[in-house]
Design a protein. Structure first.
Length: 259
């Protein structure tokens, strides 16, 4: 179960502990159904062999997963995926498909546009591109159980050679209009690339005429704006701007004390 998923190259960025990369790989597999709820996980030795890491690293990652309520330990039996996975919010960098989903509900994206453009001030600032650099722009409408809940705009550099990122982007785009996911979701599912240092900026605005039509709102209705970035190998590689409808409800940010 999940063997081929685990055997994809485990790529990390500078400064990222292996246990975090292993945690992210397994957590993503749990949230996307690679490891179904309530089922047994492979044993530590099997996980270590598949992922190419030591048993100590696997154990540390499993401890983090248990702390976050994603798995549980049955003494003398093994580790199991939780019967109900806690809904994560904006505290963890993940594809917007997962951020906007809810337990028991799925999010699908309808393709609207895919173009290659010259960098604007907005894109140059966030992705640290030269003024004449090119980038991919993909727009889609996210729906949850058939209801439009967000406009998702993704920006990715053209020809980026970091850790095979450029090749992964090019491979994800040819049939993206048939996909029901973000470009980022397809890249992570296919490659396991380790994006780190994700930042999500939150703002508010009104829908406006164009977004109101896409989201089935009134032009003056309030919307939430999420601007999400992530680094790969120490430099910005991914940017998304998301216009979120009020029907989404709250998006949680988990907090903890500095101690």
């Amino acid at each position: 179960m999940g063997t081929s998923y685990l055997e994809q190259p485990l790529l990390t960025s500078p400064g990222q502990p292996l246990r975090v990369a292993v945690y992210s790989r397994i957590a993503h597999g749990i949230r996307t159904g690679v490891f179904p709820l309530g089922t047994a996980l492979p044993r530590e030795t099997e996980l270590g062999t598949s992922l190419g890491v030591s048993r100590t690293v696997v154990r540390e990652a499993l401890m983090l997963l248990e702390e976050d309520g994603l798995i549980s330990t049955r003494r003398g039996v093994g580790r199991f995926v939780a019967d109900a996975v806690p809904h994560a919010g904006l505290e963890e960098f993940r594809p917007l498909d997962l951020v906007l989903a809810e337990p028991g509900a799925t999010v699908e994206l309808r393709h609207v546009e895919l173009t290659q453009q010259t960098a604007t001030d907005f894109v140059s600032t966030y992705l640290q591109l030269a003024d004449d650099a090119r980038f991919w722009f993909r727009e889609s409408i996210a729906s949850r159980d058939g209801e439009p809940i967000a406009v998702v705009q993704e920006y990715l550099p053209v020809g980026d050679d970091r850790a095979g990122f450029g090749a992964a982007v090019e491979a994800a785009l040819p049939d993206i209009d048939e996909a029901h996911s973000t470009v980022l979701m397809r890249i992570i599912d296919r490659t396991g690339l380790a994006f780190v240092t994700g930042v999500c900026r939150i703002g508010v605005s009104v829908a406006g005429a164009t977004r109101a039509k896409q989201l089935e709102l009134k032009a003056a209705d309030p919307v939430m704006l999420l601007t999400q970035t992530a680094d790969l190998d120490g430099r910005p590689a991914y940017l998304a701007k998301v216009i979120v409808a009020p029907s989404v409800g709250h998006l949680a940010v988990r907090q903890s004390s500095g101690g």
